[in-house]
Write a protein that binds this ligand. Sequence first.
Ligand code: LLP
Length: 381
Amino acid sequence: MSKQHLPVLAKHATPFYLYDLGLLRTTLDQAKTEAQQYGYHVHYALKANANAPILAEILERGFGADCVSGNEVKRALEAGFTPENIVFAGVGKSDAEINLALQSGIFCFNCESVQELEVIQELAAAQGKTAQVALRINPNVDAYTHKYITTGLEENKFGINTWELENLLPNFSHWPNIKLIGLHFHIGSQITDLRAFENLCGRVNELQDWFEARGYTFPHLNVGGGLGVNYQQPEEHPIADFKEYFGIFNRLLTKRPGQQVHFELGRALVAQCGSLISKVLYLKHGQKTNFVILDAGMTELMRPALYQAYHKIENLTSNLPAKTYDVVGPICESSDCFAKGIELPETHRGDLVAIKTAGAYGEVMASAYNLRDRVQAVYVD
Ligand code: LLP
């Protein structure tokens, strides 16, 4: 968000999320064009941002929905996604969530454990339904990203480990209410070293061969999401490299005849279109540093506190020469800090700042800690 929007921004009470729907549309169009040329299907990961105006743009482009809770399935249906375009993942699906998904007739459960498969069989039988299922396999591929958002290593809780597969397969003949239609993988998030996806393709090929040798072929292959965005230079790189990303899978993934390949992108579609706009409440001169105290905190944007994540911060009001600041929030936690030792134009009480690249895993992860008000959203074109 730039200074030109200042008069519009000044009308709204801070803090609020500001979404640039124009940038969202351009991003979605590029992703769609690059995916379409290979016949790839994209399921948007609702967990990144589930706001109705954003979902409407995503739906309009024909993407499906990737959900990880019953409420996300409900939200996707309310937004207009058809059940046939909804997939449901998660290591801890409750009985109520499974029942809801069965009743809704979603396309596919991405199953993460043997016990979950047993429960789905039982609940599907009780409803007289057949559940379409993909096995989420833990491929043991390093995503070279932050350890909290790595999901595809054997030390992680996600997916079925490969050594369990041999014993698992015979069970499917005793599970009449489960139809095994595919394999699912997701190795992590904010992946910027794209060799991780090359390695994933190699692993998926090996696993498909393994299944084929045992008489299993699948119409459906889901390789997850994870494509990273540029938090350092959002203005210079507002759109992720979808061309390179989908190109890797086209080059390296051995698709079986008629097999549909699905992706589950979240961050790369929505991160750059959102900024958290906040007002400077106070300046405080500490012993070693100058603090800028904002009216937004970790309750509105948790990523810096949780993952030590970097978000670029811009002072939208001041054009004065730069000074060095720690930018912090009002919450009673020392981890409530957005940035340490950064340069900003000399900053004063009342200045507006934008915390960039906050469209993904920002508003959805907001909390009510300290009994904070729910953060608002504003949309511009
Ligand atoms: N599919 C599955 C099964 C996932 O677990 C995730 C993200 C995605 C797709 C979408 O991944 P993406 O394309 O957005 O990277 N809160 C963290 C990110 C957690 C990601 C969780 N899973 C953050 O703020 O960085």
